[in-house]
Design a protein. Structure first.
Lengths: 318, 335
């Protein structure tokens, strides 16, 4: 295996880590107490749901599709968890994960059966999930009444000063990396992203793999939903977790995932998610007016993706 | 340049025939919706007042859709709509007579706001085309930049209310029988149609969307035209921001909230595929009218407003499935 033989590959492999390190260094210089205080723990807490949604997204991006609905699915999972933790107890998280994984699988099945663009399909699913969240909650906030300890430990227990949920997400990212790199279905997913027709002609079960990708997206969204409920203890259609879509796509792209498919490294998505969570802290640290933070967010996003994306394969960028 | 679309083989002609039929299908859906809601609610739905409500609600997404359709025709996407609306809308309010008394440059506030949109859109296009970053991510970033500019302009002071009452009343007035906002939208659609049909900007948009490699090889300066198209889309979003501010009678950074997904859904429902190369502004008008008729009709029938997003989602998917059903095939590449 020829690794890092070209500057482009080097940038792709280390770019996300580098820009995260640069941003962290900038903040540490501007606000020295950030690292010593609770800073890293807060960043890890904010980055965890973003990372989990982004991991699902990067699998879908890997096959050249996009899932605009997975953040809404995450929010729906948190609402479902808030409603079922009381009656079901420890079985509630399993129930939620099964339901949202099936929603993801349904996305995939409709996609491969009707062959419509994933952008349009998941835009539709996004609307349906938003409506479902509103209807299930009756447009109210749902509080977890009982059995909060089933999910509470995710963010109260800490390892090396960071919440255990963050470490679980990192382990899952590593597992996903290994899956994509060393298993037959994983390599099949990458092959679809590189050249779908070639993958099909060489006998890859393209349709089944696409359903798998969307199922994984739903599953990871469910995990993110459990994190949201663990952090806040309540869920609503406009509450914590309702704005995960853009940060998670940004995290996947800053993590070097190509929006055109075939290029995906879940380990780098970890740095992408931490980078995205750091941007608001960073812009506040260097003294940006709070109202201008959104400008910084937008500009940094464009610059970060421009710096980390691979241009080797694409003559035409759309 | 009109010959560009005539030079195709029989396959191209057949596709054009299919496209024309598909356009009629969308119109049929719209008429069917009108008929269904008229039967379900004969007292409130088929009235002139309600027609004007629907058309007034449709005006802003139609204006956005003219520019956004042109971008989608090239196979690109512009996600910055809501940010550009906020920035241009705030710029317009602060440059007009308003309760904060920031500045009043009279009618020049309109071209100034459009210029804000064109510059933001042009910047998106330039970064995308020159730095070779996907338009998805550049326009996503520009969405936030626009919202940030709007928030900075809004500042920490009181809400700036527009002072010119005649201007605030203008969009919903009906001197021509239809709301002025919709008449303005039709003018913009006419402009968009002329651009698509008779100018290089429009013809090249189709050519780029159809096959960008071929477009490049024939010597079309793709980058330059892409920048111009994004600038035009920015100006359209800016006009929508001005119209939104007039409707509110005040400046707001979130004047465009909800407009992005509505417009994208309308473009796709209307029959412009996200891959580009086919469709256009006229089709987007049908798409917007389908969605705004549906929203309006469902509310009048008494359906819970909270399921609206779900209904538009289902309609979107159903429309796309119907449009693409005949093209399904084994080993077909679909993303």
């Amino acid at each position: 295996m020829k690794l890092l033989s070209r500057p482009d590959e080097l940038r792709q492999a280390l770019g996300p880590l580098a820009i995260f390190a640069i941003l962290l260094a900038l903040i540490s210089v501007a606000v020295p107490e950030f690292l010593g205080g609770g800073g890293p723990s807060i960043i890890a807490q904010q980055a965890t749901p973003i990372l989990l949604v982004a991991l699902g997204q990067c699998v879908v991006l890997c096959i050249g599709s996009i899932d605009l609905s997975n953040a809404a699915i995450a929010l729906f999972a948190s609402i479902l968890a808030a409603l079922t933790l009381g009656p079901l107890g420890a079985a509630a998280p399993v129930f939620c994960l099964i339901v949202v994984t099936l929603i993801g699988v349904a996305n995939g099945l409709v996609l491969v059966y009707t062959q419509i663009p994933s952008f349009a399909l998941t835009l539709g699913t996004l609307g349906v999930m938003q409506a479902a969240s509103l209807v299930v909650t009756g447009s109210n906030v749902v509080y977890v009444m009982d059995n909060m300890d089933v999910v509470g430990w995710l963010f109260t227990v800490q390892i090396l000063t960071l919440p255990v949920a963050f470490w679980i997400a990192v382990v899952l990212a590593a597992a996903l990396w290994a899956f994509l790199r060393f298993t037959v279905p994983g390599q099949g997913l990458m092959a679809i992203g590189f050249n779908e027709r070639a993958a099909g002609l060489s006998g890859q079960p393209v349709n089944a793999l696409k359903v798998l990708a969307f199922g994984l997206s739903g599953f990871f969204a469910g995990l993110a939903g459990l994190c949201v409920i663990s952090i806040s203890g309540a869920a609503s259609s406009i509450g914590l977790g309702s704005d995960l879509l853009v940060p998670s796509i940004a995290a996947a792209l800053v993590g070097g995932t190509a929006i055109t498919g075939g290029v995906c490294n879940p380990l780098n998505v970890v740095f992408g998610a931490m980078f995205v969570a750091l941007i608001p802290v960073g812009s506040a640290a260097v003294g940006v007016n709070p109202q201008a933070q959104s400008i910084v967010y937008g500009v940094v996003l464009i610059v970060a993706v421009a710096a980390t994306m691979s241009r080797a394969r694409h003559g035409i960028v759309k | 340049m009109t010959s560009l679309s005539e030079t195709g083989s029989g396959g191209a002609a057949r596709r054009r025939g299919l496209a024309a039929r598909a356009g009629l299908a969308e119109l049929a859906i719209l008429l069917a919706l009108v008929a269904i809601f008229s039967v379900l609610n004969p007292h409130a739905f088929p009235t002139l007042t309600n027609l004007n409500t629907i058309l007034n609600n449709a005006a802003i997404p139609i204006v956005i859709g003219v520019g956004a359709s042109l971008v989608v025709l090239t196979g690109r996407i512009d996600l910055s709509v809501e940010g550009v609306m906020g920035a241009a809308g705030m710029a317009f309010v602060l440059l007009s007579a308003n309760s904060r008394e920031t500045a009043d440059i009279g009618w020049l506030a309109y071209p100034a706001a459009l210029a804000v949109g064109a510059v933001l859109g042009g910047t998106t296009g330039a970064i995308h085309a020159l730095a070779k970053v996907p338009s998805f991510i550049v326009s996503l970033g520009m969405w936030y930049v626009g919202l940030g500019i709007a928030a900075v302009l809004f500042g920490y002071e009181m809400i700036p209310f527009l002072g010119n009452e005649a201007a605030v009343a203008w969009p919903t007035a009906t001197p021509l029988g239809l709301p002025n906002s919709f008449v303005l939208a039709l003018v913009v659609v006419g402009l968009g149609w002329l651009i698509e049909r008779y100018t290089r900007l429009g013809r090249y948009a189709y050519a780029i969307g159809n096959n960008e490699s071929v477009a490049r090889m024939t010597g079309i300066p793709v980058a330059g035209f892409v920048v111009a198209i994004f600038a035009f889309a920015g100006a359209c979003s800016a006009l929508a921001g001005v119209m939104g501010s007039l409707a509110l009678g005040a400046g707001s950074a979130t004047v465009g909230v909800g407009m992005l997904f509505l417009t994208l859904a309308a473009i796709v429902i209307g029959g412009t595929p996200l891959g580009g190369g086919r469709g256009g502004a006229l089709r987007t008008v049908t798409g917007v009218l389908i969605l705004s008729t549906l929203y309006n009709g469902l509310i009048l029938v008494g359906v819970d407003p909270s399921i609206q997003s779900g209904v538009s989602g289902v309609v979107l998917v159903a429309a796309v499935i119907a449009a693409g059903w005949s093209q399904r095939a084994r080993l077909r590449v679909f993303k």
